[in-house]
Design a protein around this ligand. Structure first.
Ligand code: SAM
Length: 289
């Protein structure tokens, strides 16, 4: 159905972006959230959850590459990776690009997001869903980390919605305490941490929580066009502070060995290293080292 209607993002009461809708593809009220997928004139297909833009075909590569390649290449030998949220499959696809990954467990609370992403956004997850190393679980991430075995993962990637609604539990002390327990001795957890120009509290409060359980807490940035407000921050909590000090040439060598170098459109070894150099309006919300 062609329309000349607009979809307005409702993340902020007094500011936002809007998309001219070419065609609405799906509108489902799941047990957890309102899911809309539509075809836009400007960004290809777009997924919206509870009025918040989650992913667009046009700029998803920025966010997925940075949320995935930075932690895995900084770690250098991640074999067991836990992904929480990420129902569109984009993070799973990029985790499985890494030759050294043996197991990628993905825990997404809403099976409807997976079903609709497979149907209407097939390129984002690609063949990841059928990869024998992938274990896709429909469930709550907080429950999964409670039950998971000690030191069973090298990296945890939390690609959740914002800390409102079902996503809220993924920003709590209990969640981070269990992440620390189930990570190996050089393990780390990264998570989407909002746009600090508009959501500084999210970065400040969750960084303070992560600091209770991890010796090295910082953040890195990515310029995601449809996460409006400037830099998107990705929260970083690691047991080994040296992970963010890996030099560009070593990152390049690791990316080559992993099979990632030359496959990206935003991430580069230089962007990887530079993403941790934060402007004061962002670093000011991080715990003092
Ligand atoms: N890249 C997007 C962003 O930064 O806004 C997020 C992508 S993904 C669609 C977010 C996913 O987190 C959603 O599919 C949502 O269902 C899932 N999610 C929210 N809370 C969760 C929880 N407690 N456990 C597992 N998945 C959760």
């Amino acid at each position: 159905m062609a329309t000349d209607s607009w979809i307005n993002e409702t993340l902020y009461p007094d500011w936002g972006q809007r998309f001219l809708v070419k065609r609405e593809l799906a509108r489902v009220q799941s047990d957890f959230q309102d899911i809309v997928i539509f075809d836009s004139f400007s960004h290809g297909r777009v997924m919206v959850l509870d009025g918040v833009i989650q992913i667009t075909e046009r700029d998803e590569f920025v966010y997925q590459e940075m949320l995935t390649h930075v932690p895995l290449l900084a770690h250098g030998s991640a074999a067991n990776v836990l992904i929480i949220g990420a129902g569109d499959g984009g993070v799973l696809r990029r985790v499985l690009q890494h030759r050294g990954v043996r197991r990628a467990v993905m825990v997404e609370i809403d099976g409807e997001v997976i079903r609709l992403a497979k149907e209407f956004l097939p390129a984002i997850g690609g063949d990841a869903w059928r990869d024998p190393r992938a274990d896709v679980i429909v469930g709550d991430g907080i429950d999964y980390v409670k039950r998971a075995t000690d030191a069973s993962f090298d990296a945890i990637i939390v690609d959740s919605t914002d800390p409102i609604g079902v996503g809220e539990v993924l920003f709590t002390d209990a969640f981070y305490a269990n992440c620390a327990r189930i990570l190996t001795s050089r393990g780390l957890v990264v998570n989407q941490c909002g746009v600090p120009f508009m959501q500084a509290d999210e970065l400040r409060e969750t960084s303070a929580r992560r600091q209770k359980f991890f010796p090295h807490v910082t953040a890195y940035v990515a310029a995601v066009p449809t996460y409006v407000g400037g830099f998107m921050t990705l929260g970083w909590a690691a047991k080994d502070a040296s992970l963010t000090r890996v030099v560009t040439e070593e990152i390049r060598a690791r990316a080559q060995a992993a099979g990632v170098l030359g496959t990206t459109r935003y991430w580069t070894p230089e962007i990887h290293v530079g993403a941790f150099d934060l402007p004061p309006y962002i670093s000011g919300h991080l715990p003092v080292a």
